[in-house]
Ligand binder design. Structure first.
Ligand code: FMN
Length: 429
């Protein structure tokens, strides 16, 4: 998928943060204060922590704070006499089982993406073979700046891991994306980098995402505005928690993710076949894709020419991805999504039963912040026993984490019953 496997071979040594050497890079962002708690938690978990600060970071938190919390000297200057190790940047880079940068400024992401080594932290990151987890935090406009986004994309492609920033009120007073996740989330992301440490370690998670396209002729298709963001967020969260993740996505502009097997398809039939082929009957299926329910019986070979005042399109049902998975599930836990415009709960309940689901996540796409293409969602979790859990407006990543936490006990218990059935057709979502 990327150079990740070669560049960052993965942590060595015992499982979990205990006994591991974690380099925590702190850069000049307002959220630097949160990282004091991250260091404190890592030390309590038994990690050896060395903090490397940029000069700008020292304006936000005194090095003495990190020195006291980590129990080690804090490293700042590149060209000063060494404090603890000979050739400090090389020693730190080699000792690291994991490097974490939190908060990561737009500046450091740009420098790493361009191979710049003009201070101790950038030089350590360039020199290390350990996995690098970057936790960006910045103003919303900086985060969405295409230059920043291109730098992040480049680093992701090279195998650097990113913890997505949260959505909410930023230090500037603006509400948007760019907030550093809370310390427990950062520590859990760190823990999950160490193999087998996530609560989903050893669990298969199959995710569907995005829209499908049903071609009418070579230049026209039936589709919908789904971006794939919800499914990609689920896949990323599950991978970060140690799951073996297979993401099957319809056309989406989102890039492949490190640690996630991605199959890209176009039509509902292709998504159906890919999902059935990938489905083992175990683990969890989280079906977020907005699959087209209908398609033209044949895609014309040549473009329909403009002429007639009216054109009637004949459509047929597409294969039912979720229905077929539901009919095949053995011990697997099946989670569906329902995007509705009316009678949200009643429609969701109906779909939950029809498709043999263990949970359905319903959202009213007419609500602001809950529709296609947004970074946020407002969901209702509807369970077979009648429970309904209303979630607040939250990022798709936050919702993804919540769903994974909610279904984990079911996965661990193992669902019962198996019914080998062929393709289900004729049951539109
Ligand atoms: C009060 C204040 C808060 C800042 N917060 C951030 C931030 O959250 N994220 C960011 O990318 N830059 C932030 N900056 C800008 C960085 O400090 C600046 O780009 C600096 O050069 C980063 O240096 P470094 O990456 O070497 O730490 C902030 C600046 C100030 C004055």
């Amino acid at each position: 998928m990327s150079a990740a496997g070669d560049l960052f071979p993965g942590p060595r040594g015992p499982a979990g943060p205990a006994g591991r050497t974690v380099i925590v890079g702190v850069t000049g962002g307002i959220a630097a204060y949160k990282v004091c708690e991250v260091v404190s938690r890592l030390v309590k978990l038994g990690a050896r922590v060395y903090v490397v600060m940029t000069r700008a970071a020292t304006k936000f938190v005194a090095p003495l704070t990190f020195q006291t919390l980590s129990g080690n000297p804090v490293f700042i200057e590149m060209l000063e006499p060494p404090q603890l190790f000979n050739v400090e940047h090389v020693a730190l880079a080699e000792k690291a089982d994991l490097c974490v940068i939190a908060p990561a400024t737009a500046n450091i992401v740009a420098k790493i993406a361009n191979g710049i080594c003009d201070d101790l932290l950038t030089t350590v990151i360039c020199a290390t073979r350990a996995p690098v987890l970057i936790c960006p935090a910045m103003n919303h406009n900086m985060y969405t700046n295409p230059i920043y986004q291109a730098n992040e994309k480049r680093l992701r492609q090279l195998g650097y891991r990113f913890l997505e920033p949260g959505y909410g009120r930023l230090a500037s007073g603006v509400v948007g994306r760019g907030r550093l996740p809370e310390p427990p989330e950062i520590v859990s992301a760190i823990a999950s980098v160490f193999a087998g440490q996530g609560d989903y370690a050893g669990i298969e998670v199959l995710v569907t995402a995005g829209p499908t396209r049903e071609f009418i002729d070579p230049v026209r298709c039936l589709s919908n505005p789904s971006s794939g963001k919800m499914g990609f967020a689920v896949a990323e969260a599950a991978a970060a928690r140690g799951a073996t993740v297979h993401l099957i996505t319809g056309p989406s502009h989102l890039p492949d993710q490190a640690g996630v097997a991605v199959t890209r398809v176009v039509t509902a039939a292709e998504m159906h076949d890919a999902a059935i082929a990938a489905f083992s009957g175990d683990g969890v299926v989280i079906a977020t894709a907005a699959v087209s329910d209908y398609r033209p019986p044949v895609a014309l070979q040549h473009k329909i020419k403009k002429g007639a005042a009216h054109l009637t399109l004949e459509l047929e049902l597409t294969p039912d991805v979720l229905g077929s998975l539901g009919a095949r599930k053995e011990r697997a836990v099946l989670v569906g999504f329902a995007a509705e415009t009316e009678d949200l709960i009643a429609n969701a309940r109906h779909k939950l039963v029809r498709k043999n689901l263990d949970l359905i996540v319903a959202n009213d796409i007419t609500e602001p912040g809950a529709g296609f293409e947004t970074d946020t969602n407002i969901a209702h979790l509807v369970w077979p026993d009648g429970r309904i859990e209303q979630r607040p407006l939250e990022t798709k990543r936050e919702l993804a984490e919540h769903i994974l936490t909610a279904v984990l006990p079911l996965v661990q218990r193992g669902a019962e019953g198996r019914d080998e059935s062929p393709v289900t057709r004729g049951d539109p979502d």
